[in-house]
Design a protein around this ligand. Structure first.
Ligand code: 13P
Ligand code: SF4
Length: 302
């Protein structure tokens, strides 16, 4: 962080002048997460914060779908993303037309979409969920069969925990699908470590984990269990951000970096605040339909 101090100071000054709030996802690098963010969290936490935030300007340090979610829930505020190209392999795995085709194949089955989707896909959905509340949202549909998209692995993880029949899509997180059960077993045997994993990992990897949960839930688990050693089977920044909070715990690799999350830097956050770029805009009709689906999720909570 010392190297970053001039940028951190400049951003914090400009942020005050602008009356802006900076929100950062758990996968943002430590200089952003600890240095400039006012609010940090998992994607559910950031959505809840956007819905209740009273600043007129939000800078969302995360990926594009997270900034869209903030804009949908705070339509009269300006929501900026420092790099528009910060995408997500899950969000780009499915279009609104794909959702309509799935509905035609499974008439009457409600659609629950993972937050990692575009605004257009959210607009075609009955409800949104995140990894923090997926089972609760699926069950709240009150239907025997639910279309869950786009994350196949999260869908399989939900299916294990409910009687509801889950229709899957074939989306994958390009970061979490890279972990293998063999590498997790190897780390556990070599280091005698506990293993926590994000549910975007394959079922074989999740079967090796002591705990599976959203980015915030993983942090809470660490606070509760205080393991001497832990492997965080998720994006690398997550462990980097937690290290200072849990100095007694040794964090063991493996981890993979999300190239989209890493597009956000102190430099482009500064430019974003200075030039008020890049503002998220969503057509009103799409935004209104997507908001209804997101509000169903917020009513359910965590
Ligand atoms: P969370 O909902 O756990 O924050 O995860 C979002 C994400 O993109 C994980 O890869
Ligand atoms: Fe998308 Fe995976 Fe990156 Fe999360 S880690 S933003 S799911 S590509």
């Amino acid at each position: 962080i010392p190297l970053h101090l001039p940028w951190i100071d400049a951003i914090n000054k400009l942020k005050k002048q602008r009356g802006a709030v900076i929100m950062a996802h758990s996968y943002q690098s430590p200089e952003i997460f600890h240095g400039v963010a006012d609010i940090t969290g998992d994607s559910l936490g950031l959505a809840q914060a956007a819905a209740s935030c009273d600043a007129d300007l939000i800078v969302l340090c995360g990926v594009h779908f997270m900034a869209e979610t903030a804009k949908i829930l705070a339509p009269h505020k300006t929501v900026l993303i420092p790099d528009r190209e910060a995408g997500c392999s899950l969000a780009s795995s499915i279009t609104a037309a794909d959702v309509r085709a799935l509905r035609a194949q499974h008439p009457g089955a409600p659609v629950v979409s993972y937050a990692n989707t575009s605004a257009a896909v959210k607009a075609e959905s009955d409800a949104i969920c995140t990894s923090a509340n997926a089972v609760q949202v699926v069950e709240a549909m009150g239907a025997p069969k639910v279309i869950f998209l786009p994350d196949e692995f999260l869908g399989r993880h939900i299916a294990k925990q409910t009687q509801v029949e889950i229709v899957l899509w074939h989306g994958r997180c390009e970061v979490h699908e890279r972990f293998t059960a063999q590498e997790v077993r190897h780390v556990r045997e070599q280091f005698g470590t506990k293993v926590v994993a994000h549910p975007e990992c394959s079922p074989e990897v999740l079967a090796e984990a002591d705990f599976v949960g959203s980015t915030t839930a993983m942090g809470k688990w660490l606070a509760r269990e205080k393991p001497a050693r832990v492997a965080m089977v998720t994006e690398c920044s997550m462990a980097d951000n937690l290290k200072s909070q849990f100095p007694q715990t040794e964090f063991i690799k493996p981890c993979n970096l999300c190239p989209h999350m890493q597009r956000i830097t102190l430099q482009n956050i500064y430019a974003s605040l200075r030039d008020l770029r890049h503002a998220i805009e969503i057509p009103d009709d799409v935004s209104a339909r997507a908001r209804a689906a997101l509000e169903r999720m917020l009513a359910i909570g965590r």
